[in-house]
Structure formats: structure tokens, C-alpha cells
Design a protein. Structure first.
Ligand SMILES: *Cc1c(COP(=O)(O)O)cnc(C)c1O
Length: 398
């Protein structure tokens, strides 16, 4: 652990990797068999084990979640000049691959029940595109911070328009809706195993689908699109997107611990909820009816008269105490990168959006599955002090 000069306190991270100790066994196996390669037995095993865990036909292990989104869009035929609808309230990786293919995103607002894609705004966007005679090629719906979007409604709307859905479940592995795993509702689902996610391979991703032909096509595109021929024949452009055998080994051990990781993150959330849930001005990200969030990050907003600036004051104070915390994602429709692109608000007018409101008042607190209770008490103590400074009703200590 790094220690800041002048403090004796270890840094508390937002969402650090959490190794189970069993990873080394799989890594050793890769070394023993000399499969230090972007091929090898751990890859197929990791794919099968993950597919079995989430109850889906198959999975293709790739180098990142971003690569998986890129492949899904490509498999759906997205190309230059196309439109793809995408959640606005998300990390930039949800939308970047749309541009890789020369297509343009149109962003969709969030709604209060889930903080995720608003079915109302989605419907409005699809109506508008139908009027213009150009339906989007796909919809990318994100399950932010582990909380599920309203998938029954969103799938219903998209099916009516005949537009396929990609679920960006990079943050929601292990979250469910009516006991069904996130990522399995759309035509494709995407997971990430980046170092900050609920399980990690240090870097990696997974594309999942009920369509095993599509997954074979994804594996083909991810290995430079080599046709069957000893001399390396190519008839279309591919990518170098496969996951390495060593990393897939780490993934196998991490997957074994996933249930525990979900429980641990939910327990972290619960402790924050116990400390601040009774405060009127604080709202935690909701868990919509029938859904169960992995609570990848505990996210909350602070609203109300006199509390403008409270969220950023908390971030500043946590920073001074060597604690890593973050504002909520800045909506993509507000990013300079996407200046001028289309946006559909949850409200009648595009002047105001729900996701902007979240961004202006929200923060994520340290939520690692390995966050020690005494460290979490330190976080709660700092937040609590700032809230008191704002005159908020005294919060309960842990
Ligand atoms: C992490 C993340 C991604 C990208 O995953 P990488 O593996 O880092 O490429 C995509 N979307 C969301 C919502 C993410 O949080």
C-alpha cells in the first residue's frame, strides 16, 4: 500500500482488485503446460464456466469489455452512417465502439426508478427515428453500478421496433432480474474484467449470447478474421481481441468467488445505508422491483435546499483523508467528445435531463469487496463530519 506523505493512513481505494488466492494455481498450470499464449485450455474452460454460471448458450472471452461491445456492434451489422442508441449516463467505453465503426450514437436519458435508461425517452427516440425513416441499428443499454435497467420494458419496446439490444453489463456481473442474470436479456451481453470490476483478470472482457453461431463469428473476428487455409487467407478485416490463456486462468479462479464478492459488496452498501439511509437529503441508487444489484459501487445523491456543493465537499474531504471516491459518471451527451450529437431526455424538453441531475448531486463511495469494516468506518466518519458541517440531521455512526 502506498502511503501519502504526512499521513499514517493507508489509502482506501474505490474498487481495488480482490484476489482469492486460487488464481496462482491456474497461472501455474498455464506456465507448466507452456500455454503462455492467446490460446489454450483455460480460455474455453473460462467461457464454459461463465456461460454455465449465467445460464446462457455461450460466451467468447476477449481482451476487454470495450472489445466485446465493438464485436457485438459489428455482428449486428453496424457501419458507417448508422445510428446507435446508447445510455447517456455511463462510462465512455459504452459509446466509443459506435464511433470505431463510423456510426453515430444518439444518447438516451436515465429515469428515477433505476437511474438507468428511461423507457419513455427510448420510445420517444424510436418514434422520432421511425418518422425520419431511419431506425437505429442497435440499442446499447447499460446497467450502471450493478443496478439493472427496466429490461422487460426496454426489450418490449425494442422488439416492437425490431431493433436489437446490446446489454453493457460491464458493471453488473452477478446482478439479476427475476433471478435471471444481467446480460442475458438482449441479443448480446458484455462483461468486463478490468481491474476495478467485481471480478478481474487484470484486463479482459466477455461477449455472451444465446446465438452460438454469432459467438463463433465473434471469435473469428477477434483473431484477425483468418479464413480456413494454411497460408492465412483473409476476406474481411478482423481484430486482435482474444483473451490470453494466462488471464483466462485468473478469470476462472475469480469466477469461483463471484457469489461471495456480490455478497460482500451488498454488505458494504448496507453499512452505508445504515449510516445515511435515514437522511432525507440522501438517496441511494434504487434497486427496482424484482432486481437484485451486485452493488458494484455504492452510489448516492445529496439533494435539497442548502446542500448544493455538499457532494463535492465530501469528495474533497475524502481526498484529504487519503480515501478514493468519485463523482457519478458525467453523462455522455454532456461530453465535449459528443458535442452536437442527438439526445432524448426523460422529460418533455431536452433543456433538462435526469442523468444531469444525478451527475450534479451524486458520488460513489469506496465499495471494494475487500473493504475492511474499520476502513469503511473511516469513510463514514469523514462523510458524517461534512454532513454535520452542512447542518444535516446527525447521522448514525456505524
Ligand atoms: C468498464 C466498463 C466498460 C469497459 O470495459 P473495459 O474492460 O475496461 O474495456 C464498458 N462499459 C462500462 C459501463 C464499464 O464500466
Amino acid at each position: 500500500m502506498r502511503i501519502l506523505p504526512g499521513t499514517a493512513m493507508d489509502r482506501i481505494y474505490l474498487s481495488p482488485p480482490h484476489m482469492s488466492g486460487k488464481e496462482q494455481h491456474y497461472i501455474d498450470e498455464a506456465f507448466r503446460s507452456n500455454w503462455i499464449a492467446p490460446a489454450g485450455p483455460h480460455i474455453a474452460a473460462f467461457e464454459e464456466e461463465l456461460a454455465r454460471y449465467i445460464h446462457i448458450e455461450g460466451a467468447a472471452a476477449v481482451s476487454s469489455g470495450t472489445a466485446a461491445i465493438h464485436l457485438a456492434l459489428r455482428l449486428l451489422g453496424v457501419e458507417r452512417g448508422d445510428i446507435v442508441l446508447c445510455s447517456s449516463f455511463t462510462f465512455v467505453a459504452s459509446a466509443n465502439p459506435i464511433r470505431y465503426l463510423g456510426a453515430e450514437p444518439v444518447f438516451i436519458d436515465s429515469e428515477p426508478d433505476t437511474w438507468n435508461m428511461s423507457p419513455i425517452a427510448l420510445e420517444r427516440a424510436l418514434e422520432a427515428s421511425l418518422r425520419e425513416g431511419k431506425l437505429p441499428k442497435a440499442v446499447v443499454v447499460v446497467h450502471l453500478y450493478g443496478g439493472l435497467a427496466k429490461m422487460a420494458e426496454i426489450m418490449g419496446i425494442c422488439n416492437r421496433y425490431g431493433v436489437p439490444v446490446i446489454e453493457d453489463a460491464a458493471e453488473s456481473l452477478g446482478s439479476t432480474y427475476c433471478e435471471r442474470q444481467s446480460g442475458t436479456f438482449g441479443h448480446f451481453g458484455v462483461f468486463s474484467f478490468n481491474g476495478n470490476k467485481i471480478i478481474t483478470t487484470s484486463g479482459g472482457g466477455m461477449l455472451i449470447s444465446h446465438d452460438s453461431d454469432a459467438l463463433n463469428r465473434a471469435r473469428f473476428l477477434a483473431t484477425q478474421a483468418r479464413d480456413e487455409a494454411a497460408h492465412y487467407e483473409h476476406s474481411c478485416a478482423g481484430y486482435n481481441y482474444r483473451m490470453s490463456n494466462v488471464l483466462a486462468g485468473i478469470g476462472r479462479a475469480q469466477l469461483e468467488a463471484l457469489d461471495e464478492r456480490v455478497e460482500a459488496r451488498r454488505a458494504v452498501y448496507l453499512r452505508y445505508y445504515e449510516a445515511f439511509g435515514h437522511l432525507e437529503e440522501i438517496s441511494f441508487m434504487p434497486e427496482w422491483r424484482g432486481t437484485r444489484s451486485n452493488r458494484w459501487l455504492t452510489a448516492l445523491t445529496i439533494d435539497g435546499m442548502g446542500y448544493e456543493g455538499a457532494a463535492s465537499a465530501i469528495l474533497t474531504e475524502l481526498g484529504k483523508n487519503n480515501i478514493e471516491a468519485r463523482p457519478l459518471w458525467k453523462p455522455l451527451h454532456m461530453q465535449p467528445l459528443f458535442h452536437g450529437v442527438g439526445f432524448f431526455s426523460h422529460y418533455e424538453s431536452n433543456e433538462w435531463s435526469y442523468c444531469e441531475q444525478l451527475f450534479r448531486s451524486g458520488i460513489c463511495l469506496p465499495s471494494g469487496s475487500n473493504l475492511a469494516p474499520e476502513d469503511q468506518s473511516r469513510v463514514v466518519g469523514v462523510v458524517h463530519d461534512v454532513l454535520n458541517r452542512y447542518g444535516m440531521a446527525r447521522s448514525r455512526a456505524l
